[in-house]
Design a protein around this ligand. Structure first.
Ligand SMILES: [Mg+2]
Length: 172
């Protein structure tokens, strides 16, 4: 069984925007992200993105735009990502879904598909719903936030710091 680092996308792998990231020119990867992914990968972690993309439910963009962004993320990260899961639904626009964080079905699907060792795995996200999804799936949690009252095991400023913490305290 393999350990995995589940990664939220917007606000972790790339800079977030209030009006959603679906155009290539708005995909901004902070310095240190690609390096952090490489280090986690070298240590033996699967890297799986789990991202809510309710902009699809809202009719702002289509699945092909999400796929194009994900292909570009793969290119920039040297194909470091093992899988990218996204949830297009939103209860206010089309339907509820257990895939949508804070529910954890995206993680659970990946856990089953990739034979992931939950006890040695992590969720890194910038929102509370990422932390909640991680906890529901039973993995350890790191939140990228300046908010001190996080529910996560550890708070950090960015993915580089998250990776440092995981590499220091994780059991592979
Ligand atoms: Mg986010």
């Amino acid at each position: 069984m393999a350990p995995c680092v589940f990664l939220d996308r917007d606000g972790v792998l790339n800079e977030d925007r209030v009006d959603y990231v679906y155009r290539m020119e708005n995909l901004v990867i902070p310095e240190g992200v690609v390096d952090a992914l490489r280090q986690l990968k070298q240590r033996g972690y699967l890297l799986i993105v789990v991202t809510n993309q309710s902009g699809i439910a809202k009719g702002l963009y289509g699945r092909s735009a999400v796929r194009a962004i994900h292909e570009h993320l793969q290119l920039l990260s040297g194909n470091a990502l093992d899988a990218l899961y996204f949830c297009p639904y939103h209860p206010g626009y089309d339907t509820e879904s257990l895939r949508r964080k804070p529910d954890s079905l995206m993680l659970e699907q990946a856990i089953a598909r990739y034979d992931i060792d939950v006890a040695r795995s992590w969720m890194v996200g910038d929102a509370e719903r990422d932390v909640l999804a991680g906890k529901r799936a039973g993995v350890r949690t790191v939140q990228v936030t300046e908010n001190a009252d996080s529910l996560a095991e550890k708070t950090v400023a960015n993915l580089r710091e998250a990776a440092e913490y995981i590499l220091k305290t994780g059991i592979v």
